[in-house]
Design a protein around this ligand. Structure first.
Ligand code: NAX
Length: 332
């Protein structure tokens, strides 16, 4: 069997609980690959991970390698091939007697966490390590982590696959087709309510989704808010944020990065901009991506953006620039 080292922060959280069994079952990295899992948590909850590890053992998957729980990020990411940064400090938590409500405070607190994690990854993880940031604010956390890692051979991603799956599902429902009919979905920009899920370039059975649905008023006035606010709708209904679907999206992203993309299709994740589509270089921005036969992940070029798309992309770009400004001492 091949072997892979996978590190994950936030191992005691709700997304991790859905994610972990699927990481070591053969589903994500293949049935021929043994997965050594390192779970990283804060000291207050690391003991809980012992219970999680007992359950992972009890799953009895043949692909399960060594299982480790640690509070030490350096121990966790040493020689890691894939690193899933799921842990972060949520809005509403009390830190040093202050309730964290403002996005700028959230950015700063998580910025501190992603500084140390980025440094450890750059120094100790594999030279071709792939890093997926799930913890919010995901794009800017990835920007900080990547900057601090100072290791250009490693690849950083922030997760927008959950938004893409939600965006596809809503189109499928409206068109009355199976979700497999919906392809070429892009989430442009930030994983936040300013994201732009692109219905013009998404396809339903090979035709532009806008053309297939033929209801511009729904597309421009109902569809976008539906996707942008879906996370909040789940919280309102479930009393907790998306977990199973977020875990599923993380697995979709790992698999999309690790395998050649189907001819003609693409997938969604945020990556450092190379200036494509006029997005400032270095910003971690949601783009349409393809993985080549050689395994490199490239931004799909030549996609047409109409004035509606450009106005939406401008808003999400400005939000990401203002997030960058809020942590500028960490990313300059
Ligand atoms: P939970 O609060 O259930 O779990 C987070 C875990 O992270 C906790 O166990 C906490 O102790 C741990 N943690 C905090 N700081 C850490 C550190 N420095 N090192 C290691 N572990 C640390 O949250 P959960 O529902 O699992 O969500 C995790 C993150 O995903 C949140 O930031 C959430 O906002 C974000 N999401 C991102 C999504 C995306 O599409 N990018 C969608 C789902 C989700 O909302």
């Amino acid at each position: 069997m091949k072997e892979i080292n996978v590190a994950l922060t936030g191992g005691a959280g709700q997304i991790a609980y859905s994610l972990l069994p699927r990481l070591i079952s053969g589903e994500t990295f293949g049935t021929d690959t043994k997965v050594n899992l390192r779970l990283i948590e804060i000291p207050q909850v690391v003991d809980k991970l012992k219970g999680t590890i007992m359950e992972l053992i009890d799953c009895g998957f043949k692909q399960t390698g060594s299982l480790l729980a640690t509070t030490d990020i350096k121990e966790g990411v040493q020689d890691a091939h894939w690193i899933l940064l799921v842990g972060s400090i949520p809005r509403g938590i009390v830190v040093d007697g202050k309730k964290i409500e403002e996005r700028s405070d959230l950015l700063r607190i998580n910025g501190g966490i992603f500084t140390g994690q980025g440094e450890a990854i750059g120094e100790l993880a594999q030279e071709d390590a792939k890093i997926l940031v799930v913890g919010n604010p995901a794009n800017t956390n990835a920007l900080i982590g990547r900057t601090k890692s100072n290791n250009p051979t490693q690849s950083w991603f922030a997760m927008t696959a959950l938004d893409a799956n939600r965006a596809k599902a809503q189109l499928a429902e409206k068109a009355g087709v199976d979700i497999a009919s919906v392809t070429n979905m892009t989430i442009w920009g930030n994983h936040s309510p300013t994201m732009y899920p692109d219905p013009y370039n998404a396809k339903i059975d090979g035709v532009s989704a806008v053309e297939a649905i033929n209801d511009l008023d729904w597309i421009e006035n109902e569809y976008l808010p539906l996707v942008q606010q879906r996370g909040k709708a789940v919280i309102d209904a479930r009393g907790a944020s998306s977990a199973a679907s977020a875990a599923n999206a993380a697995i979709d992203t790992v698999k999309a990065v690790d395998s050649q993309t189907t001819e003609g299709d693409w997938f969604s994740a945020a990556v450092p901009s190379d200036g494509s589509y006029g997005i400032p270089e270095g910003l971690i921005f949601g783009f349409p991506l393809r993985t080549s036969a050689q395994g490199s992940v490239e931004i799909v070029q030549g996609i047409e953006l109409n004035d509606f798309a450009k106005s939406k992309i401008k808003v999400t770009t400005e939000e990401l620039l203002s997030e960058k400004e809020a942590v500028k001492d960490l990313v300059d």
